[in-house]
Design a protein. Structure first.
Length: 83
């Protein structure tokens, strides 16, 4: 079982401890880089989500204000042509 797991992790039979440690350090360095890239992506996405949320709130407010705008009363409008 250990041998199969070791091969999956990039270890070869007969590797020295130093070689195994070097392999692990390389993998960790790559994983750290991937984690950093993913973190930057998540931060950028949250900024975009925040921007879009603010934009949606402004649009909703504008839409609500459009409905509250003064509408002409019946007396202000001329009667339809068929009257």
């Amino acid at each position: 079982m250990y041998l199969q797991a070791g091969r999956a992790a990039g270890y070869e039979q007969g590797m020295t401890d130093t070689a195994r440690i070097d392999t692990l350090e390389i993998r960790i360095a790559h994983q750290d880089e991937v984690i950093d890239d993913l973190n930057k992506t998540v931060i950028a996405q949250w900024k975009e989500i925040d921007r879009l949320t603010r934009q949606m709130a402004r649009l909703a407010e504008q839409f609500a204000n459009m409905g509250q705008a003064e509408r002409p009363t019946q007396g202000d409008e001329p009667p339809p042509p068929h009257w």
